[in-house]
Write a protein of this length. Structure first.
Length: 99
């Protein structure tokens, strides 16, 4: 399975592969992320994560373990959040067509 895209609400339902979530880092203790669909609390953050609370980020998750494990965090400009939402919408459209 290739790279998937999710939001905070749908991430908990993905049980295989890797997925990217675009969200704001709400807290670093415990690590919590937030988007338009809600929040997700992470087990841990990667040790090399350079994001700060309040940053919009791309979070890469390994979904083959439950709860999904955050592998990488990349801070992005907040202006890119709508682009990431569009990519999520396109991904969901392609998922429905292939099902």
């Amino acid at each position: 399975m290739g790279l998937a895209r999710d939001d905070c609400a749908s991430l908990k339902f993905r049980v295989e592969g890797q997925s990217v979530v675009c969200a704001v880092l709400l807290s670093d203790n415990p690590p919590t992320i937030k988007d338009d669909t809600g929040t997700a609390t992470l087990c841990s953050m990667p040790t090399n994560a350079l994001a700060e609370v309040g940053d919009t980020c791309l979070f890469l998750f390994d979904c083959s373990v439950q709860p999904p494990k955050c592998l990488r965090v990349t801070a992005i400009p907040h202006d890119l959040a709508p682009v990431m939402q569009y990519q999520l919408m396109k991904f969901r459209g392609s998922e429905v067509k292939s099902a």
